[in-house]
Design a protein around this ligand. Structure first.
Ligand SMILES: [Zn+2]
Length: 142
């Protein structure tokens, strides 16, 4: 990732400036996949607990969403705030990730829509540098 595409949190994703690849982790004991990467496996029945970094698929399916119509309290930062949607996306193999939706009309979001993972600016930090996050944008049908 370039300096011009600083991420909102370290180790969350890598990007070429347009598309993003989410960085998750797979437990070597039970095979559970996590995003974001936890310190160790959270499966109480698992005794292995060692995690290996994995890149998650770049496309998935929207399985639920909600529209945020009031401004969240401080700590959350977003330039030019406006209502936005947060979606729950299935990336396959039981991997489900939440994130902001991009490029959808808020009143016309369809469960089951194919989405792809993108990188988008979220806010400008106090030093004037753009801070980016991953979002889910409509993808051509698969
Ligand atoms: Zn495990």
């Amino acid at each position: 990732m370039t300096e011009a595409a600083r991420a909102v949190a370290e180790g969350l994703f890598v990007t070429d400036g347009e598309n993003a690849v989410l960085l998750g982790a797979r437990c070597e004991g039970c095979g559970a996949v996590y995003f974001p990467r936890p310190l160790s496996c959270r499966n109480p029945a698992c005794h292995e607990k060692r995690l290996t970094a994995v890149e998650l698929p770049g496309e998935g399916t929207l399985i639920s969403y909600t529209v945020q119509r009031y401004r969240p309290p401080p700590l959350f930062r977003m330039d030019d705030w406006a209502p936005y949607a947060i979606g729950l996306v299935s990336l396959g193999d039981g991997i489900e990730v939440m994130g902001m939706l991009s490029g959808f009309e808020l009143d016309h979001i369809a469960i089951g829509s194919p989405v792809r993972v993108i990188c988008a600016p979220l806010y400008t930090d106090d030093a004037g540098a753009p801070v980016h996050t991953y979002q889910f944008a409509p993808a051509p049908g698969r």
